[in-house]
Design a protein around this ligand. Structure first.
Ligand code: CUA
Length: 329
């Protein structure tokens, strides 16, 4: 990867391509293939450009008077058409050759992911196809905006959407795959490194499209099992002033906190909110202060978000709700 990094540091030093969301630093089988394909396509495209432009230059500048019409035709046929066709055919062959390997079936867990304006509904241990209609429970163990997957296994992501087309993209792990209303698309993630990888919605889906992120956390198999087991448990803290305020102010109409009367399923499940790295679909680190700020004025932090503002509540009450949510590990 050293050569790649070197090329990167010179070519993309000032661009936004680097960081934990770059396709140039793959940490998954499919992403590695995609990067290889990218370099091969770039080389093939470069070769075609060099030959066609070189011949054009030769024909028009070097010694145009030396060419007969027949020689010019030969240049066009062999240089312009023949060479281009051969390179494009080789690139096509190379691309198609990769497909069977990438389409191998999964041998790991299945995670259902639904892209919704503007967050990601997640469910572990789903059997069969998840519901593709809004608010139809997908089954399994619910979560949101953060996906854990085991290292060394092929995890199948079942993608759907209840509203508009979104696209699920974790550049370091795999290519992008659309989440389309009314159908289920399948994407396999096979990570080759443990770590936290940024994902994004890669299809314009509305005002807050740019803030529809998520995290994929790659852990060992045993950590994955323990995580899903912990997520399946109800909330640990079910007796607090924060919970009372949460229920009184109607938060439960949209959010679930399992183990409490809150069972809304319009917005993200908050049962283990504090176990996730971010709130509001990858927007802010999960801290009590950020939770409070988001409750008070979500549209200010994430324009276009569907959650209404609760800034009319006294700060003290918002802080109590945030403290309770922040304790839900
Ligand atoms: Cu969801 Cu863009």
């Amino acid at each position: 990867m050293t050569a790649t990094r070197l090329a990167l540091s010179t070519t993309f030093a000032l661009s936004a391509c680097q960081g934990s969301q770059t396709a140039f630093d793959p940490a998954g089988v499919e992403a590695e293939r995609v990067l290889t394909l990218f370099w091969i396509m770039l080389a093939g495209g470069g070769a075609i450009w060099a030959v066609v432009v070189g011949l054009g230059f030769y024909a028009t500048r070097v010694a145009p008077e030396q060419h007969s019409e027949k020689a010019g035709l030969r240049l066009i046929i062999w240089g312009g058409c023949g060479f281009t066709t051969i390179v494009l055919a080789a690139l096509l062959f190379w691309g198609l050759k990769m497909m069977p390997e990438l389409r191998r079936p999964a041998d790991g867990p299945t995670v259902a992911v639904s892209g919704e304006q503007f967050w990601w509904r997640v469910a572990y241990g789903v059997e069969g196809d998840p519901g593709v209609v809004r608010n139809l429970p997908m089954g399994g163990v619910p979560s949101a905006n953060e996906i854990r997957i085991p290292l060394g296994q092929r995890t199948e992501i079942l993608l759907s959407s209840p509203d508009v087309i979104h696209s699920f993209w974790v550049p370091q792990l795999a290519g992008k795959m659309d989440a389309i209303p009314g159908r289920v698309n399948r994407l396999i993630l096979e990570p080759t490194e443990a770590g936290v990888f940024n994902g994004a919605c890669a299809e314009f889906c509305g005002t807050a499209h740019a803030q529809m992120g998520f995290r994929v956390v790659v852990v060992s198999e045993s950590e994955f099992e323990a995580y899903v087991q912990a997520q399946a448990e109800p909330a640990a803290v079910v007796d607090s002033a924060g919970l009372d305020l949460f229920l009184q102010n109607g938060c439960a109409a949209c959010h679930s906190v399992r183990g409490t009367p809150a069972d809304g399923d319009v917005g993200p499940d908050l049962t283990h909110l504090a176990s996730r790295r971010t709130i509001a679909a990858g927007l802010l680190p999960t801290t009590e202060e950020n939770i409070a700020a988001f409750i008070a004025s979500p549209d200010h932090l994430k324009p276009g978000v569907e959650m209404p503002a609760f800034g009319m509540l006294p700060n003290e009450q918002i802080a109590q709700i945030a403290a309770w949510l922040g304790s839900l590990e």
